[in-house]
Design a protein around this ligand. Sequence first.
Ligand SMILES: Nc1ncnc2c1ncn2[C@@H]1O[C@H](COP(=O)(O)OP(=O)(O)OP(=O)(O)O)[C@@H](O)[C@H]1O
Length: 255
Amino acid sequence: MMASRNRPEETVARVDRLTMAFGDTVVQRDLDFEIVPGTIFAIMGPSGCGKSTLLRHMVGLHEPAAGRVFLGGENFWGLEQHDRNRLLQQAGVLFQGGALWSSMTVAENVALPLELFTDRSPELIADQVAFKLALVGLAGASDVYPAALSGGMRKRAGLARALAMDPRVLFLDEPSAGLDPLSARRLDTLILRLRATLGVTVVMVTHELESLFAIADDSLYLDPETKTAIARGAPRDLQKQSEHDQVREFLNTRL
Ligand SMILES: Nc1ncnc2c1ncn2[C@@H]1O[C@H](COP(=O)(O)OP(=O)(O)OP(=O)(O)O)[C@@H](O)[C@H]1O
């Protein structure tokens, strides 16, 4: 009996025959994939194919038109609200823009989820915030307000906040959007380091080829024409070997 049960710790995220729609307009249908723990998984495809919408389905912001989303082995949309909130507190999310609270310092931003969702002591929270800021290379910026940070530092602060609750999965929407090339490469390096240090799984939306090739070891290509996923695998393999012209073209076109 036990061996056949789907034990929550064995899976971080899984999408099962998912159809995504806005009203009657289907964006993607029949998406079916599981994310291997510890991988950096990229959601890719041309503009408008539904990458961000898929991420929003995976972090509980958009209800499926059909199909299921599993987080930590649990069928997210089949749960009561209370249990959904519990699962979401364990997901680390960084949206475009970083969305830090401008009236709070970097340290206060990172502390906020811990203050809201745990009963840890202020001393313990301060220690954990310092640890997360050191992890992202912002140890010296704890008392700085977001407005005084560079774009790259703001992303790092957003990552530290996303890591506050020690998530098993980080969901990142276009993490390097708006960054200069050097800051974007540094962010890639940081994401690799976080995976190595914490063992965290990363699910990210990106259309940056450099990032895809540098850090993603698995990916899904959403095709806007057929409105479903037509390729899955390491971007480097798909670049050379995908049976679909549009996938090879996408991965070989530098804008
Ligand atoms: N709130 C909304 N209401 C209706 N349609 C929407 C809404 N948000 C997105 N869409 C449509 O859904 C489709 C997918 O959008 P989405 O933002 O997920 O694409 P994307 O692949 O992330 O694009 P990009 O790379 O340009 O960010 C697009 O055709 C978009 O116009």
